[in-house]
Write a protein that binds this ligand. Structure first.
Ligand code: SF4
Length: 352
């Protein structure tokens, strides 16, 4: 069944921190805190709109939900819990900080039917966390996830490649830390410079260099592939496009693109194409390379606006590629060239 999320944004509400990249009011488009009466109204309004059978979840996003006083958490959760026990929705989820998780907090969330918690982890490198003024350490993340999993609550984490002081060593350190944590899912949001943040000031004075679009894609692709290979699902790469984000005066720099997730997937397929071509060089450019693949993957192999095909031509001088949608497995390419047949699955990329 397809999902339907009823989003309830609590921008910065409850959070006593000021992470250098954060301006939740700009990202969520809300300037004022939400109140429990509004939660009820938002749920009711969405429920009247849903006509098809869906798996419906109420999601508290945008702030640090469990940093709110316990009584306020209960107040906000009550309307969602009522909808849950009346079988109008199927689940409640929220996002929060790793250092705002305790046994008492989790007991209360369970009492109100919360079944999924997403932690803003961002990095597992303490120097990166410190440089971003996160106010917590990697140890807090390990402790929080251990407690959440002990309570049988689904736990997702959010990562932000591209924060200050992060380099490839640091990113790899984070990736290995994540596979030890075994979260139920990951979201990857490369760092963007949002207007009216400390990061924007640093970007303006030259003390922070934002990732380019291609660097953001490469780091995200590395994390996604690495996690997939370990059986950890990445459910999103890149911020969801919104009208506000697309206006151009909110995201000042960094790897933002409305089709970022698709670009990450296309890049992974480009790596597969490049790997095969490099393994047969020097090749006779008059002989075609036939790319057998599942029809689901055609657009990812081509890339947005045929970018992958154009890049292969630009870099290797090859334009004799024939795409055949006759593959049976998604994420797999069967390359045919001369008398050679070579199968490459994207999970194999780390081994080649
Ligand atoms: S913890 Fe979350 S809400 Fe609070 S400042 Fe940091 S990013 Fe923003």
């Amino acid at each position: 069944m397809r999902h339907y999320i009823i989003p309830i944004f609590i921008p910065h509400f409850g959070c006593e921190h000021n992470c250098i990249f954060c301006n939740q009011r700009k990202i969520t488009g809300r300037e004022t805190p939400v109140r429990h009466q509004e939660v009820q109204a938002i749920i009711d309004e969405h429920l009247t709109r849903i006509t098809e059978k869906r798996h419906i979840e109420v999601a508290f996003y945008g702030g640090s939900f469990t940093a709110l006083p316990l009584s306020m958490q209960s107040e906000l959760l009550k309307p969602a819990y009522t909808a849950l026990i009346n079988k109008k929705i199927h689940g409640i989820r929220l996002s929060t900080r790793p250092d705002c998780i305790s046994q008492q907090i989790l007991d209360n969330l369970i009492r109100f039917g919360v079944s999924i918690i997403e932690l803003g982890v961002q990095s597992l490198d303490n120097s990166v966390l410190d440089a971003s003024a996160r106010g917590h350490t990697a140890l807090n993340v390990f402790e929080a996830i251990t407690l959440i999993k002990k309570m049988n609550i689904t736990c997702g984490i959010q990562l932000m490649p591209g924060l200050p002081l992060e380099d490839w060593n640091s990113l790899i350190h984070t990736a290995y830390g994540v596979i030890k944590l075994v979260p139920d899912f990951v979201r990857i949001y490369p760092t963007l410079v949002i207007a009216n943040t400390q990061l924007a000031t640093r970007y303006d004075n030259g003390s922070y260099k934002a990732l380019s679009l291609s660097a953001g894609i490469i780091r995200s692709a590395y994390l996604k592939l690495f996690f997939e290979q370990q059986g950890i699902l990445t459910i999103r790469t890149g911020l969801q496009a919104t009208e506000d984000l697309d206006k151009g005066n909110i995201v000042l720099a960094g790897p933002y693109h409305p089709a970022f997730g698709e670009m990450v997937d296309s890049y992974i397929f480009y790596c597969m194409l490049a790997h095969f071509i490099e393994s047969i060089l020097p090749m006779d450019k008059n002989d075609p390379i036939i790319i057998h693949h599942h029809s689901h993957d055609t657009s990812k192999i081509r890339g947005i606006f045929n970018q992958n095909i154009k890049k292969v031509k630009r870099i290797y001088g090859i334009d004799h590629l024939i795409l055949k949608q006759d593959g049976h497995s998604k994420n797999e390419i069967g390359f045919e060239y001369n008398n050679l047949y070579y199968v490459l699955n994207k999970k194999m990329i780390f081994f080649i």
